[in-house]
Write a protein that binds this ligand. Structure first.
Ligand code: DGT
Ligand code: CA
Ligand code: CA
Ligand code: ZN
Length: 609
C-alpha cells in the first residue's frame, strides 16, 4: 500500500527501524555471528531515535552521520530511500520460509528459539509450534524447558487475542485514498465514509464506504479493481466487499438516490445506537431498517397488502425528526444516553478544532522532536493559534534527550528572541495573513514524574516556565497505589498545570497504567489541574469514557498534539474527535481560552493547592 503511506512516500524512521530489526532477526535465525546481528539492531535503534527524517535525508543524497550506522548499512538506507527496495533484505526474506517471521511476533519468542525449533524440528508456523509445545516436544532442545513450552503456548494465545484494529490515522488515510478514487468514477455524486471511522472511534475494524451514483456497476467495478485489492469477498448490484493487501476489509454500499437517510444511519452505527432507534420506531408503529421505515400492523408485523407502507428519508436529519429526535452527531452514536438527550433537546454543543486557541504540549529538536524551536513556532502561528507551548522533556528522561537546567536557560533566550521577532512583525503590520498578531510562543516543559514520585526540576526552575505539563514514562508497572500517588503528587504541585497522557496509553501495544481514576479526577478538579486528551493516534489518552467521567467530576481538559515535528501539530484533530466522543463542550477545555485567560489560570495555580 505504498501510495497510502507517509505523505512523502518514503519509509518513516519507525518503518526503517522495523526493517533493520527484522534483518538482525533473520540473520540470527540463519545462524550468523552475533556481532553482525547486533550491528543491525543497534542501527535500527539509532534510526528509531534519529533527530531527523532518515530516509528523506538519505534520499536527498546526504549521508548525515548516525551513531551505529556504518557505511554498509548507510548504503542500504540510501538504496531503500532512492529505489524503494533493498536487495539484501529481499534476498534474506527469500532464503528463509516466510512464516518464520510470524514466530517472532509471539511474545517471549526470540530469534534463538525460532532458529532452534526450525533447525531441529522443522517448525515453520505458529500453529505447528503451538502443537509441538502443547505435546511437550520442544523440551528435547537445549535451553527449552517445560516452563518455556508453557510460556510459548501462553504467548501464542496472547497473539491470537491481540486486537487487530487499525489506528485511526491509518484508517483515515486508506479510506480517503479509496474515497478519492470512487469520487472520480463517472456517475458518482457522493461518497461517505461511514461505520466506526465516521463515529471517530479510536481504532477501526473495517472500513465502510457509501456511494450515491447513477452508474452502480461502474462504481462497484472500480472498487473491486482498486490496485491494493488482495481479494474480493463479494460483489453484487448494491454492495461489494474486498480485503486490501496487508490491510483491512472494506465494504462498499450503494445508497438509493435521494433517499439515503436510513441507509446512512444504518451503516454509520453503532449497532447499539441502531437498536435503540429501532426500539423507538417500534413504539411509534414502524420498523426501521437501512431501507426505510416500514409501517407495522397491530400484530407487530409489517403491514401487508393495501396497508403496506415504506417511508424513505432524504437525509439523516429527516430520520431523526421522524422519531422526534434532534440530529445526533456521529461521534455520540454509541447508546450512551444520546437518544434520551436528543429527545429532550439536550445534546451538547460539541467542541470543534476551530475552538482551540493554542496547543499546550509539543517538542523541538532540543529533546526528542525533529524540528527547531523556531520552525515549531512558525508552524503553530501559521495555524492561526494565539499561543503554542513548547514542552521539551525534563532532565531524567535521557532516552528523549531531556534538558538539564542549563539547557533550559539557554532555551529561554531563544524563546525571547523568537517572540521579539513576532512582536516586531506585528508592530510593523508584517504578520502573514491568517495568523494572530498577538501570537506568543510559550516556554514549557514536559516534566517527568519520577519513579519515586519526585518531580524532575526544583521549584525555582519550575516557577519560571510559562506552563508545565507533567507525565509518567518510567516505572509503569508499579502498584495502583504508587501510580495513583505519583499522579496526584504532580497534580498537587503549585507548578504543574496539565497532566499529559494520564493513562500512559499505547493502543494495541501495552496495558494502561493502573490508576485509581476517580481519585485522580477529584484531585485534578480540586486543584484546577487540566487532564490532557493527547492527540497522537496511538495514545488518544485520556480515552473518551475517562474524559467524560473527568468532566462530570468537574475537571478541565486540554487537547494537545504532543507534536514532535511541525506536521504533527495537526494531531489535535484526533484529540478533538475523542473530546467530541466524550461529549465535551468548548468551555471544558483549557486551550479554548485566550492567551491572557490561560496565563491568569496558570498564575493562580499556587493559590488553588
Ligand atoms: P468496526 O468496523 O468494528 O470498527 O465497527 P463498525 O461500527 O464500523 O461495524 P461494522 O463495520 O461491522 O458495521 C458498520 C455499521 O453497520 C455498524 O456500525 C452498524 C451497522 N451494522 C452492521 N451489522 C449490524 C448488525 O448486525 N446489527 C445492527 N443493528 N447494525 C449493524
Ligand atoms: Ca466498520
Ligand atoms: Ca463493515
Ligand atoms: Zn510529549
Amino acid at each position: 500500500m505504498t501510495q497510502l503511506n507517509a505523505p512523502t512516500g518514503l519509509p518513516s524512521n519507525d518503518e526503517l527501524a522495523r526493517i533493520f530489526h527484522e534483518i538482525g532477526n533473520l540473520l540470527e535465525i540463519k545462524g550468523e555471528l552475533v556481532f553482525k546481528t547486533v550491528a543491525y539492531h543497534k542501527a535500527a535503534d539509532a534510526i528509531a531515535h534519529a533527530p531527523f527524517d532518515v530516509s528523506v535525508v538519505y534520499a536527498g543524497g546526504e549521508r548525515r552521520p548516525l551513531a551505529g550506522v556504518g557505511s554498509a548499512i548507510g548504503d542500504k538506507i540510501t538504496e531503500l530511500a532512492t529505489t524503494g527496495r533493498m536487495a539484501f533484505h529481499e534476498h534474506l526474506r527469500a532464503e528463509l520460509p516466510a512464516t518464520l517471521t510470524d514466530l517472532l511476533e509471539i511474545p517471549g519468542v526470540g530469534p534463538k528459539t525460532v532458529r532452534a525449533v526450525w533447525e531441529a524440528l522443522e517448525i515453520e508456523t505458529v500453529e505447528t509450534l503451538r502443537q509441538a509445545a502443547v505435546a511437550g516436544q520442544l523440551r528435547v532442545l537445549p535451553g527449552i524447558s517445560a516452563g518455556t513450552e508453557a510460556r510459548i503456548v501462553e504467548g501464542i494465545e496472547q497473539l491470537a487475542s491481540r486486537p487487530d484494529r487499525m489506528l485511526i490515522d491509518r484508517a483515515q488515510a486508506i479510506s480517503d485514498a479509496i474515497a478519492a478514487v470512487l469520487a472520480a468514477v463517472p456517475g458518482v455524486t457522493r461518497v461517505i465514509q461511514a461505520g466506526s471511522l465516521r463515529r471517530r472511534r479510536e481504532t477501526i475494524g473495517d472500513l465502510d464506504l457509501l456511494v450515491e451514483t447513477s452508474d452502480v456497476d461502474a462504481a462497484i467495478t472500480s472498487f473491486t479493481t482498486l490496485p491494493d485489492v488482495d481479494r474480493v469477498l463479494g460483489a453484487g448490484h448494491a454492495k461489494a466487499s474486498v480485503v486490501l493487501r496487508g490491510g483491512p476489509q472494506v465494504d462498499l454500499m450503494v445508497m438509493p438516490e435521494g433517499a439515503s437517510g436510513t441507509c446512512l444511519v444504518h451503516f454509520t452505527g453503532s449497532a447499539a445506537h441502531n437498536v435503540a432507534l429501532r426500539g423507538i420506531a417500534r413504539e411509534r408503529g414502524w420498523s426501521l431498517s437501512e431501507k426505510g421505515f416500514l409501517r407495522l400492523a397491530p400484530d407487530g408485523e409489517p403491514a401487508a397488502g393495501a396497508d403496506a407502507e415504506l417511508r424513505t428519508m432524504p437525509d439523516e436529519a429527516a430520520v431523526y425528526r421522524f422519531l422526534d429526535l434532534d440530529l445526533v452527531p456521529p461521534e455520540l452514536r454509541e447508546d450512551q444516553g444520546e437518544v434520551d438527550a436528543a429527545h429532550a433537546g439536550r445534546l451538547p454543543r460539541l467542541i470543534t478544532r476551530a475552538d482551540l486557541r493554542g496547543d499546550l504540549h509539543s517538542h523541538s529538536e532540543w529533546s526528542d522532536g525533529i524540528h527547531t524551536i523556531e520552525a515549531m513556532a512558525e508552524a503553530a502561528r501559521s495555524r492561526g493559534y494565539a499561543y503554542q507551548v513548547l514542552t521539551d522533556h525534563s532532565q531524567s528522561l535521557a532516552i528523549a534527550k531531556g534538558l538539564t537546567p542549563d539547557r533550559v536557560e539557554l532555551q529561554r533566550a531563544i524563546f525571547a528572541t523568537i517572540n521579539a521577532r513576532f512582536a516586531a512583525e506585528a508592530a510593523s503590520g508584517a504578520v502573514p495573513p491568517g495568523t494572530d498578531p498577538g501570537f506568543r510562543l510559550l516556554h514549557g516543559c514536559e516534566l517527568e514524574i519520577r519513579a519515586d514520585g519526585r518531580l524532575d526540576y526544583d521549584d525555582d526552575l519550575l516557577a519560571r516556565f510559562d506552563l508545565v505539563v507533567a507525565s509518567v514514562h518510567v516505572a509503569r508497572r508499579q502498584t495502583r497505589a504508587e501510580l495513583t500517588a505519583r499522579t496526584i503528587g504532580a497534580i498537587r504541585s503549585p507548578h504543574v498545570d496539565v497532566i499529559a497522557h494520564p493513562a500512559g496509553r499505547m493502543l494495541n501495544e501495552r496495558p494502561d497504567l493502573d490508576i485509581d481514576w476517580d481519585a485522580v479526577y477529584e484531585a485534578a478538579a480540586a486543584t484546577g489541574t487540566a487532564l490532557e486528551i493527547n492527540g497522537s493516534p496511538p495514545r488518544l489518552d485520556l480515552a473518551p469514557e475517562r474524559a467524560r467521567r473527568a468532566v462530570a467530576m468537574g475537571c478541565l481538559l486540554s487537547i494537545d498534539s504532543d507534536a514532535h515535528r511541525t506536521e504533527e501539530l495537526d494531531f489535535v484533530r484526533w484529540g478533538v474527535d475523542q473530546a467530541r466522543r466524550a461529549w465535551v463542550e468548548p468551555g471544558q477545555v483549557l486551550n479554548t481560552r485566550s492567551l491572557p485567560e490561560l496565563l491568569a489560570w496558570v498564575a493562580a495555580k499556587p493559590s488553588r493547592v
